[in-house]
Write a protein that binds this ligand. Structure first.
Ligand SMILES: NC(=O)c1ccc[n+]([C@@H]2O[C@H](COP(=O)([O-])OP(=O)(O)OC[C@H]3O[C@@H](n4cnc5c(N)ncnc54)[C@H](O)[C@@H]3O)[C@@H](O)[C@H]2O)c1
Length: 402
């Protein structure tokens, strides 16, 4: 890598599922390719760090908390890591949704650029706070909305932008997961989230990404029938109807209680009806499956984030797909910002960073765009709490119960 694209040290906060399956493999791969330098991982419990060491026995990384009882809860260990981090460090926030704000603000406060797992945060007021802090300090904060990189979504965006579909009228999205998500993976925090906040928001963001439209009002409904019988005060399913600025309507159906026997963890897709055409895509069934004695029948999505034998080094696995592309976009943007502001005075570097961020704002899930998903998430919660009431938005996407 050149001086214009320096290697970035990386600090991952949160060592759970997405870090183990996507974030860390991506960072280790990019370290081999020269984009990433030292990797640090801060999680709440030492046991999580140990688990990641077992998963990646050949990859060196520094873990926080250090020492002590591996089961002890250390919710502030990430602050120790942030305080010790090199000034070029790229921070990746991969903690439960409701914790993102404090971690992103702590990174911004120390002048560190971030990638944050979707959703940016759960409250519009917090998204505004993050946007303002990032603007003030000239800090890059990208929300990892990886569906923006799925070619099935990029195709819809490209052909919608070309005008051949005409204007969007209505559509529906479905995204539902097997019950292992709230019962096994998110057993500790499923009650703080919901299938809409966790996965439905992908399609709220995808609709905004494809059409450029902002939401006008939302109605939502939720059901708690199965999970409470299994000891979880959490929604089984949540549905939302979103009206957009041009009067079009998207219905988003979500759940996370599909039976264990479902043929993929996530069942998902999107349909759009426009004045001059239709888009329809099954984002689960990519017409590819495996059936083995050990695992039975599985639908296989070759596009998301998969490891394939590296054609140049068949002994190694190369990770590709939209989960990878999304994080790579953040790494490359931050490399470019670091490269262009290298050796500048503090004031010049700040001015250049702000200018670069202004150029990126219309084309990236920086806080201005990530606000859309956060606003719809919060509106869905508020609507359900108000018995399906209509929630409207002002121009800054602040909510109003109507
Ligand atoms: N980009 C995507 O499509 C995608 C996919 C899955 C998850 N996510 C998002 O990623 C985030 C994490 O999800 P996950 O599936 O990995 O959840 P998870 O529960 O498996 O992992 C979260 C981790 O954060 C740790 N943590 C909690 N409090 C912490 C603290 N104070 N300091 C440091 N670590 C702390 C937990 O111990 C856990 O290891 C969520 O925001 C989720 O919505 C995004």
């Amino acid at each position: 890598m050149s001086d214009r694209e320096p290697r970035l040290p990386a600090l991952v906060i949160g060592g759970g599922m997405i870090s183990q399956e996507v974030v860390l493999p991506t960072l280790f791969q990019e370290r081999r390719r020269g984009r990433i330098g030292d990797v640090w991982l801060a999680s709440r419990r030492g046991a999580t760090i140990e688990r990641c060491r077992e998963l990646f026995p050949d990859e060196a990384f520094t873990g926080f908390p250090t020492g002590g009882d591996p089961e002890e809860s250390c919710p502030d260990a990430y602050l120790e890591a942030l305080d010790a981090a090199d000034e070029k460090t790229l921070v990746v926030v991969a903690t439960p949704d409701h914790l993102h704000t404090e971690m992103v603000l702590a990174a911004i406060d120390r002048g560190l650029h971030c990638i944050v797992e979707k959703p940016l945060c759960l409250k519009v007021a917090e998204a505004h706070q993050i946007r303002e802090a990032a603007r003030e300090q000239g800090i890059y904060v990208l929300t990892d909305y990886h569906k923006r990189h799925d070619r099935a979504i990029r195709a819809a965006k490209t052909r919608y932008a070309s005008g051949e579909l005409g204007e969007v009228l209505c559509g529906h999205a479905w995204i539902e997961e097997r019950r292992e998500m709230p019962l096994r993976w998110f057993a500790r925090w499923c009650g703080e989230s919901s299938p809409f906040e966790y996965i439905g928001v992908h399609y709220a963001d995808a609709f905004h990404f494809i059409t450029g439209l902002l939401p006008r009002r939302v109605f939502a409904f939720g059901q708690k029938k199965l999970l409470p019988t299994l000891g979880k005060d959490a929604f089984d399913a949540v549905e939302a109807v979103v009206e957009w600025a041009n009067g079009s309507v998207l219905y988003i159906q979500t759940s996370w209680v599909l039976p264990d026997g479902h043929t993929a963890l996530t069942k998902q897709g999107l349909q759009l009806t426009c004045t001059q055409g239709e888009y329809w895509a099954d984002h689960k069934d990519r017409n590819c499956y495996f059936c083995t004695q050990e695992s039975g029948f599985e639908h296989y999505n070759p596009n998301f984030f998969k490891g394939y034998e590296d054609p140049d080094d068949p002994g190694r696995i190369e990770h590709v797909g939209y989960g990878y592309d999304s994080i790579l976009q953040g790494i490359r943007d931050v490399q470019r910002i670091a490269g262009e502001t290298r050796e500048m005075s503090h004031a010049d570097a700040l001015a250049r960073r702000r200018a670069m961020l202004e150029e990126l704002a219309p084309i990236r899930a920086l806080p201005g765009q990530a606000l859309v998903g956060t606003a719809i998430n919060e509106a869905v919660r508020l609507s359900i709490d108000n018995d399906g009431a209509q929630i409207g938005f002002d121009l800054d996407l602040n909510l109003r119960v109507q």
